[in-house]
Write a new protein. Structure first.
Lengths: 486, 218
């Protein structure tokens, strides 16, 4: 018996205002706390280390991997240049199969559509398969609050996502939502739900989840999924999971709702062969994910399988703003999480420090772009610009370059902090005049003398040295050495 | 007032206005130079399929056409299956004596509870993919609806050798026509249902069958 409603609020801290609707200031403070959390650090280290090793092994075993990456980039580029046509084509294809299509300009639109549908159907239980798009619009919370009269029970069915839901927590990684929780914590959460002490044994915890979630699957009135990919020419939606939960969510309840970002399109059915391989190999180090599902509309005439009703929500929520800009490539992302796993900043701080649905390098890029630069000023600076993210990205998004462009835009729009502005402007004007550069680097060597020994920089520049040692400048510059014949 | 659809499409057209009006996507072809056909021999492809499927801890046996009913009987016996879920159009001689066949049909359908309480399911498949050790189901003959291969804890799958393709793109090419004309649901299954959400420890069968067994017939 379910005696306890899932705790929807985090016990220690109200994170509700950190969703897509509000700003995500405070990266530095959260990161500082995260860096000092040894348990968190160990969990992240384990996850990212194994993920990177697994990914490298399977990608090296596929001779055409570099070529697939290039293809994926080109296919996405072509898709974005013609996104209006492809969206209409997909909508037409789904409608021709008897499905419903709804265009949502933002999260509000999507929530209202689903809430109204739940009311119309008299739905009580909704099962969900893990979806970043629904996390982005805080679908669960908003349905529970805005449609509280319906008394909906919304159940996440991905094991990690379900545990996060029960703990009142948010996912900290695109692929491994609860990598920040250790077994002890997970056992506590599941024991509380079970109403009895469960052993801290993964098999036992898995069995409990199987039993409890099975009850929900068979009683669900509506199933909600995201879409890993949508195919314009056929109206097909791909949902990809290792557990098989998306397959249950889409085949058992009579109504299936898909919330898909408009950038998830690919033109042709055969394009999927490129993307499903890259996603599995980059995300989880598998040749293919265990259950790779393709659903084309509702159950057809005389067909045995599928939901009786199929609703596709094509959601913009800020994405179209990126089209045709220098940031368009950020829309190519297939949400594999590879850039998080290799990022030296993510590996120190974990996902929650970013304070947004999307963390890691891709989160640092798309959060300010979707929300507006003024709302997430810290994030473009949550990077060392080492470029590991770009190298890991299976569709070749130049993430480090986009981060730099975002920083530059902040300076141009007067959003940057004083320290960055001084640094950027100073660097720019000095680099333009070689004489000034020579003088300043000499002056710097003299000026650094009182600072060298672990002392922070004064004034607004102190933030820089708060987390780093100031590297000493060389006694002689390269230019000076070159002149002297090195 | 503009509909949301008009608003979104206008935003996109405005943003991509530098794309020439007369240009259609086909004018800018995307090169696809990756391998689309496996050059290995049939035997190599079939052995690779057997090998890769077994890597997922699935039990795999290769049997001749004549031996199939006996191989099915032995597999079910080993597993202790008494109540077997049977999809529509499963060949009659596949169902051994002494096993209770729970037949699913368009009507009446087995209930979710009946599926949940069965001992296993026996199906054919649409395709096998050697490159990834994948079984493809497309709700076609002898496969049934998706719930049949999800709710029971044991899945015994029969794959004919000629259904096995070498590479992932070959599978998509073979499925393309059916998806366009009939739009049936397709599932690629690569190993048993699994999660690694708890400290990256692998747990099998969180939702789908915990045990997958494959009989390759040829």
């Amino acid at each position: 018996m379910e005696t306890e409603k899932p705790a929807r609020r985090r016990e220690t801290e109200d994170r509700r205002n950190e969703g897509i609707a509000s700003g995500v200031e405070g990266f530095n403070e959260r990161a500082r706390r995260a860096v000092n959390d040894q348990q968190l650090h160990d969990s992240i280290e384990l996850f990212t280390h194994k993920s990177v090793a697994g990914r490298n092994a399977v990608l090296n075993a596929l001779p055409e991997a570099p070529e697939l990456r290039e293809r994926a980039y080109r296919i996405k580029q072509e898709t974005m240049a013609n996104l209006d046509r492809y969206l209409e084509q997909m909508a037409d294809a789904v409608e021709a199969r008897g499905g419903n299509v709804f265009f949502a300009t933002d999260g509000e639109d999507a929530v209202r559509y689903i809430g109204d549908l739940a009311r119309e159907k008299g739905a009580k239980v909704i099962t969900k398969s893990k979806s970043m798009a629904t996390e982005e619009i805080e679908l669960n919370r908003r349905l529970e609050e805005d449609y509280s009269d319906l008394g909906l029970e919304i159940v996440e069915t991905d094991l990690g996502e379900w545990i996060a839901q029960l703990a009142g927590d948010t996912p900290s990684h695109i692929v491994g939502p609860i990598l920040h929780m250790n077994r002890k914590r997970i056992t506590e959460v599941l024991s509380r739900t079970a109403g009895e002490e469960l052993p801290p044994d993964v098999e036992a915890l898995g069995s409990f989840a199987r039993r409890r979630l099975r009850e929900k699957f068979v009683t669900a009135d509506i199933g909600i999924t995201g879409a890993n990919f949508g195919v314009a020419e056929t109206g097909t939606v791909a949902t990809i999971t290792n557990e098989g939960n998306a397959r249950l969510v889409t085949s058992v309840p009579p109504v299936h709702v898909v919330v898909m970002g408009i950038e998830k399109l690919v033109p042709r059915f055969t394009d999927l062969s490129v993307f499903v391989r890259l996603l599995a190999r980059s995300g989880t180090g598998q040749k293919l994910t265990v259950y790779t599902n393709f659903i084309t509309g509702p159950r057809g005439e005389g067909e045995l399988d599928g939901a009786e009703e199929f609703h596709l929500i094509l959601m913009d929520n800020g994405r179209s703003k990126l089209l045709g800009t220098e940031f368009e490539e950020a829309l190519y992302c297939i949400r594999c999480g590879a850039c998080l796993n290799v990022c030296p900043v993510y590996r120190q701080t974990g996902g929650h420090a970013y304070g947004s649905t999307y963390s890691g390098p891709i989160g640092a890029v798309i959060t300010p772009l979707l929300k507006g630069q003024g709302e997430a000023k810290d994030l473009p600076h949550a990077s060392s610009l080492c470029g590991a993210c770009w190298e890991a990205c299976p569709v070749g998004i130049p993430l480090h370059d986009l981060l730099l462009k975002l920083r530059n835009q902040q300076v141009e729009e007067g959003l940057a902090g004083k320290a960055q502005e001084i640094a950027f402007k100073g660097f720019e004007s000095t680099m333009k005049r070689p004489v000034l550069y020579r003088i300043s680097s000499r002056a710097g060597r003299l000026a650094q003398k009182p600072l060298k020994k672990d002392r922070p920089l004064p004034g607004p520049l102190g933030a820089w040295t708060g987390s780093r040692d100031l590297p000493p400048l060389a006694e002689k510059s390269f230019r000076e050495l070159w002149k002297e014949g090195i | 007032m503009a509909t949301a659809k008009e608003t979104i499409l206008w935003r996109i057209r405005h943003a991509t206005r530098d794309v020439p009006e007369a240009e259609s996507p086909e004018d800018v072809p995307v090169k696809r130079g990756y391998r689309t056909e496996d050059e290995a021999t049939r035997e190599e492809i079939v052995s690779r399929f057997a090998e890769r499927t077994a890597e997922y801890e699935a039990e795999v046996h290769r049997v001749g056409h004549d031996e199939l009913p006996r191989a099915i009987q032995q597999a079910l016996k080993r597993r202790g299956v008494r109540r077997l879920v049977v999809p529509p159009y499963l060949p009659k001689d596949w169902i051994p004596d002494g096993v209770e066949a729970m037949r699913d049909a368009a009507s009446p359908q087995l209930t979710k509870e009946e599926l949940d309480e069965s001992d296993g399911v026996l199906t054919g498949c649409a395709l096998g993919i050697a490159q990834t050790g994948t079984i493809v189901l497309d709700a076609g003959r002898a496969q049934g609806r998706r719930a049949l291969t999800l709710l029971p804890d044991y899945h015994l799958c029969v794959v004919r050798e000629e259904q096995i393709v070498g590479l992932v793109p070959e599978a998509f090419a073979r499925l393309e026509e059916m998806v366009k004309s009939e739009g049936r649901a397709v599932t690629f299954i690569s190993g048993p249902s699994a999660t690694s959400d708890i400290e990256l420890n692998r747990v099998e069968g969180v939702h789908g069958p915990r045990t997958l067994e494959v009989l390759i017939v040829g």
